[in-house]
Design a protein around this ligand. Structure first.
Ligand SMILES: O=P(O)(O)OC[C@H]1O[C@H](O[C@H]2O[C@H](CO)[C@@H](O)[C@H](O)[C@H]2O)[C@H](O)[C@@H](O)[C@@H]1O
Length: 243
């Protein structure tokens, strides 16, 4: 189901999820394709709205930069554990990476025994992917719970065919709040666009601040609007041209 998206004022800040929102979901993380029009659109939007455009993703910063090159937008990577603000300064929360790496080591035998499972190691977090082996979802859930048992300060975040291990106290809502305390986002009305359960924290923050929350595709959500990627791009294209 899609619905028409609202007009926005020139005083708007945009926060955009990557996987499932800017790009279609692919069988493996490295296989996503960024259409050139997406880069053009983000660049035009940033130009129109005083550079108040940020990517908010579970990906690592270098990976998302690689996909969006030559753009280098403000970005909350790894769900906000690594955040590059508009001045280019990078804020890192890597306090639990050793505990997370230890947990990842405990998951390694499961991954080696089951081709198709994938451990994605990032700077501050680790993800266990089971998209190629959906029948192992419950096995993975239990293995991750056991792997983090007794570890302090680590949270398991379920996503689309994935379980992510990240530091406690970090989520996309916290990341959006941090951006909104800084130029050029400060004082602007936030718009957040995302497709996954991990985007719900950001929807909650944006709703509280009187912003606009947009869920891409299906699933329960706190978002006020729902559309698909085509509807989102049509809307953003109009804003990039007309603001
Ligand atoms: O916050 P996002 O930008 O939505 O990133 C969330 C995770 O996305 C990636 O995994 C997801 O996309 C893959 C490619 O389409 C897909 O194969 C996988 O099943 C999805 O979970 C990425 O690999 C993770 O690091 C991100 O945290």
């Amino acid at each position: 189901m899609t619905e028409s998206l609202p007009p926005v004022s020139p005083n708007t800040a945009f926060f955009i999820d990557f996987d499932g929102t800017l790009v279609d979901i692919a069988p493996r993380p490295e296989l996503v394709e960024v259409e050139p029009r997406v880069i053009d659109l983000l660049g035009a939007l940033a130009g129109r709205f005083d550079h108040a455009v940020a990517v908010v993703t579970g990906r690592s910063l270098d990976v998302v930069d690689g996909f969006l090159a030559p753009l280098k937008l403000p970005a909350a990577a790894e769900h906000g554990s690594i955040r590059r603000d508009a001045s280019g300064r990078v804020h890192e929360d890597v306090r639990t990476i050793h505990a997370i790496e230890l947990a990842a080591g405990r998951l390694q035998p499961l991954v080696e025994a089951n081709p198709g499972l994938l451990l994605e190691r990032k700077q501050a977090s680790v993800a266990l992917h089971f998209r190629q082996r959906p029948e192992l979802a419950e096995t993975c859930r239990e293995a991750v719970a056991q792997a983090v048992d007794g570890a302090e300060g680590i949270v398991v975040l379920p996503g689309k065919m994935i379980f992510e291990l990240r530091p406690q106290g970090i989520d996309k809502g916290v990341a959006v709040s941090a951006f909104l305390a800084e130029a050029p986002f400060k004082g602007r009305v936030p718009v957040y666009m995302g497709d996954d359960v991990t985007d719900e924290h950001a929807f909650a923050v944006v709703n509280e601040r009187g912003g606009i929350s947009i869920k891409i595709d299906d699933g329960d959500t706190l978002a006020q609007y729902r559309t698909d990627r085509a509807g989102l791009f049509a809307w953003l294209s109009g804003l990039a041209e007309t603001a």
